[in-house]
Design a protein around this ligand. Structure first.
Ligand SMILES: [Zn+2]
Length: 399
């Protein structure tokens, strides 16, 4: 047992800081590790050498800003993470390694009327199929990230009421899947996972403060503050869809009137086009027609963008994120929706909050949530198994 504050426990803490930084980012140069961890370049260099000799990390030549550098990532065969995403009409599973490489990914349609038990059975089967296909060692699974399209109670892990999967409310998704797979499972809602996915793999790379806005059957935001998802004590942070835009507007499913959602979600927006375009339009169809020049669809997309922009302006005044990433089907509309969002932000946000903001479409499309689930599994796994054998265990007093 070493004393907290002793040489060896400080060394172990430094090892953990470096491994954690690389685990979350996927790959970092030694200079980036020094910046992220606050350790000196010499300390980082020594630690990276030790971790490399122990087989925990791999170092490959790269270039940073035109200069030669060394990229450090966790060893690909050090462990496996799995992402599972239940969506509106699909189930998607990805298998990745600790070096942030996606080894396999597959999506299949999911009947929204299927029971939760059937859904979890299907997830278990798809996970097992991908593990077999990739030939990875089950014993190396460090954890599973699980995405569900509804609110999760942080304390109990219970899924709240969801308009997308009505039969699933009251279930405990992480517990269900843990029981089937026998490995740790961490659950979060789709907006938070979309935010994590874009942060680690997509349009949010390199920033520490980000809001991911997902417009689908509802409107939600995943908030990243200083590199971490902000959930709030009850897990409901990011309910941007219920910001009031018009006190005398349409009644929302939450019971209030004129919420942002009543101006942007499909069930409110599509009826605007029924008289001119018929009844079998989907949001995807509106976006496709808008891109092809249909004036009515373009108008509706622009109005939705304007309203989202009002919500984003409020968000900017409160949180001052450096990036807003738009996900969901609507992101496919590109500038048709992003332009009006930026215009509203320029009009309604205080200038100092909007000055450093960039509004971008998501880079991952429908993969954002499942990759976010991989990122969740990566962020929740500890470093103790990775570091076993490279240094004595940290004393309880230190942790
Ligand atoms: Zn509402």
């Amino acid at each position: 047992m070493e004393t907290p504050g002793s040489q060896s426990s400080l060394h172990r803490a430094n090892l953990e800081r470096v491994v954690r930084a690389v685990r979350l980012a996927g790959s970092l140069t030694q200079a980036e590790i020094a910046r992220t961890t606050g350790l000196s370049a010499a300390t980082v260099s020594n630690i990276v050498r030790e971790l490399r000799e122990g087989g925990t990390v791999e170092v490959t030549p790269t270039s940073a800003g035109g200069r030669r550098a060394r990229a450090v990532s966790l060893s690909g065969d050090a462990g496996i993470v799995i992402g599972v995403d239940f969506g509106h009409t699909h189930l998607r599973v990805a298998v990745g390694n600790l070096a942030h490489q996606v080894l396999a990914e597959e999506s299949e349609p999911l009947d929204v009327d299927a029971s939760a038990a059937q859904g979890f059975d299907r997830a278990e089967q798809l996970v097992n199929r991908l593990i077999e296909a990739t030939g990875v060692d089950r014993a190396k699974i460090a954890g599973v990230g699980l995405g569900v399209p509804g609110p999760i109670d942080v304390e109990s892990g219970t899924l709240g009421s969801t308009s997308i999967l009505p039969g699933w409310s009251g279930t405990r998704p992480a517990e269900e899947l843990r029981g089937r797979l026998g490995v740790p499972v961490h659950v979060d809602n789709d907006a938070n996972l979309g935010a994590l996915g874009e942060l680690v793999w997509g349009s949010g790379r390199g920033v520490r403060d980000l809001a991911y806005i997902k417009v689908a059957s509802g409107v939600g935001a995943g908030l990243v503050i200083d590199g971490r998802i902000y959930r709030g004590p009850g897990g409901t942070a990011g309910e941007i869809g219920h910001i009031t835009l018009d006190e005398s507007g349409p009644v929302c499913r939450c019971g209030n009137r004129g919420c942002l959602e009543t101006f942007t979600a499909a069930r409110y927006v599509l009826p605007l086009l029924t008289p001119s375009h018929g009844t079998d339009l989907t949001m995807e169809g509106v976006v496709r027609l808008g891109r092809n020049g249909d004036p009515g669809c373009r108008r509706v997309i622009a109005d939705v963008g304007r309203h989202i922009g009002s919500g984003v302006a409020n968000l900017c005044n409160l949180l001052n994120p450096s990036r807003v990433v738009l996900g969901g089907d609507l992101a496919e509309a590109g500038e048709l929706v992003l332009g009006p969002i930026r215009e509203s932000v320029g009009r309604y946000a205080i200038p100092s909050a909007a000055r450093h903001l960039s509004v971008l479409p998501g880079a991952l499309g429908g993969r954002a949530e499942v990759l976010g689930a991989l990122a969740l599994a990566l962020s929740e796994m500890g470093d103790s198994t990775l570091l076993d054998g490279t240094s004595p265990a940290v004393t309880p007093a230190f942790t």
